[in-house]
Design a protein around this ligand. Sequence first.
Ligand SMILES: CC(C)(COP(=O)(O)OP(=O)(O)OC[C@H]1O[C@@H](n2cnc3c(N)ncnc32)[C@H](O)[C@@H]1OP(=O)(O)O)[C@@H](O)C(=O)NCCC(=O)NCCS
Length: 214
Amino acid sequence: MTKLDVKIDTLRPEYARALEQLQRDCFPTLADDELMNEAHFLNHCRLFPEGNFVALVGDRVVGLGSGFLIDFDFDHAQHSFQEIIDGGFYSHHDPDGDWYYGGDISVHPDYRRRGIGSKLYRARMAIVKALNRKGIVAGGLIPDYVHHKDHLSAQAYVDLVVAGELYDSTLSFQLGRGFEARGLLRDYIEDEASDNWATLIVWDNPEYQPRKAD
Ligand SMILES: CC(C)(COP(=O)(O)OP(=O)(O)OC[C@H]1O[C@@H](n2cnc3c(N)ncnc32)[C@H](O)[C@@H]1OP(=O)(O)O)[C@@H](O)C(=O)NCCC(=O)NCCS
């Protein structure tokens, strides 16, 4: 396989339209109203451009790692995707928030398994470290649960993926990058493959130094 020349750039308005198409290409099982569109990306660009990343091969937008800062409350962790991302606008972004909430990571199907997703995660962790925040938190989908949901509960499935006994194309990738699974989020998203479940995944910033009043 030829080596890809991939560039990671921060989000700019000129990428917004291509990102809308990328959403459709990357999430074929998601309901239309779960997908982000051009207006959403323009807002991310206005709020937190330095924390939102695009992967480019030449001029082509092939990947996205997007998110925002928030004081995530682990004692009340249950939330839905639409609620926390404010319908895709990321308007809960708090420049002083302790955590980077991962709103989306996606790589075009033609470019997967070539290290682009990992590069996007590294870019996110680099901004988390540069801003001295606690880490990255997200709802990780479990798209391969669809093959097991008739005989395993979501919890049993995630336990087996965490133990390395089952492979999930999204959750296994995230665990391999440095995330830990810290519970399940029910009715997180309307997605038949994940059966509407997500895993609460957390990747702590090992360099975090206490700030604010903690
Ligand atoms: C999850 C996702 C972002 C991963 O992106 P990606 O670019 O394929 O990720 P990478 O290439 O960095 O890593 C994926 C796997 O390929 C492997 N890989 C990386 N480079 C490789 C190469 N050159 N050759 C073979 N395998 C390679 C990695 O080791 C990794 O395997 P592992 O998980 O067993 O460790 C992508 O699959 C995707 O867009 N999925 C659909 C959207 C989605 O579900 N997003 C997450 C929502 S929570």
